[in-house]
Design a protein around this ligand. Sequence first.
Ligand SMILES: Cc1cc2nc3c(=O)[nH]c(=O)nc-3n(C[C@H](O)[C@H](O)[C@H](O)COP(=O)(O)OP(=O)(O)OC[C@H]3O[C@@H](n4cnc5c(N)ncnc54)[C@H](O)[C@@H]3O)c2cc1C
Length: 349
Amino acid sequence: MALEFYPVKVSHIKRLTDAAVAISFDIPEELKQVFAYLPGQYITIRLNINGQTVNRAYSLCSSPHSDNSLTIGVKQTEHGLVSTYINKHLQVGATVELMPPNGNFKVDINSNAITSYVLIAGGSGITPLLSITKSVLQQQYDAKILLIYGNRDTSSIMFFKDLELLKDTYSDRFTLIDILEYTDGDNKGILSLELLSTLLTDSFLSSCHYYLCGPQQVMNNAEAVLHAQNIESSYIHREYFTAPISQSNEQVSSIEPTDFTIHVKLYGKEYDIEVESQDSILEAGIKNNIDPPYACQIAACCTCRAKLRSGKVHMESREALTDDEIEEGYILTCQAHPLTSDVFVDYDG
Ligand SMILES: Cc1cc2nc3c(=O)[nH]c(=O)nc-3n(C[C@H](O)[C@H](O)[C@H](O)COP(=O)(O)OP(=O)(O)OC[C@H]3O[C@@H](n4cnc5c(N)ncnc54)[C@H](O)[C@@H]3O)c2cc1C
């Protein structure tokens, strides 16, 4: 079955910085299994703001191993509808709709194969990396972590105290390098190609996995430095909060747009829906009121993932899918346009 939304209460709100809050949810006992997650994964939240229903993805910053509640950290973006609402208006006791955790940006804490991690975060990109840091340090007793975290200044560091505490508690296995754009201290700068090249040369880094989450430029810089050091792509894991730069419309514009009627299976029901040439399969589902699951609509999350049972589609971007998922026939419906008349999309698959 496709993932569904469940009503969940906000149990705690903590201000992290002037522009960021941590929101915790108490998951009822009967839903604990449904909301189980791996460090690094995200949840999808559905809110009704001024009569408009909106879905957004937020990474879990809590650890499934040590935290009872599920917690997200939300940074207010300029003119951002949901992040502003969450920062300014959401209250303890409010009921929101949450879709269970999802996503391919995750660590398998039970694997002994990985013994060192380099995490590179910028701004709110710390959220999944905090979950990973806590979980790895608590569960993988031999594993080492280097976290490079870029921010404007000290006051804009989300989870400042939590990170300091982890640094003190696990001083032999956890190295934190804060890079601040505006500071008089030593670590002044931005996560540029030059700075990352300097920071990523330590011998500690051999045979480790790299997790990147932050602004586009930071992720691009980090990836370029890692590729220059011949780090295999399979060791580099990325989580985008905004549209990946690799996203390209070139291919879709070279394809003659056509209207198609496709077959869709969702929550056990089957539908024939019209997909107009300019729409993605997801947009067509929304227009046809079948309530398909989705969050980011930019290929950064995989909430709208479905299995293509027959026919052909074109995807503008596939960032959030793994190679295995592509191989198995999964598509991101927010990016997919039908190319043949026999398209059958199975969200429950
Ligand atoms: C997998 C995933 C995990 C995410 N996890 C987190 C998280 O842990 N914490 C968090 O704060 N956000 C996270 N995000 C981003 C989040 O989903 C929203 O996109 C963000 O809160 C903005 O939503 P909004 O409704 O406030 O802004 P919108 O009303 O959608 O957009 C308003 C304006 O802000 C710009 N904008 C949108 N998102 C961002 C952004 N992230 N940074 C800068 N500008 C932006 C848009 O271009 C637009 O101009 C995640 C996104 C994804 C895909």
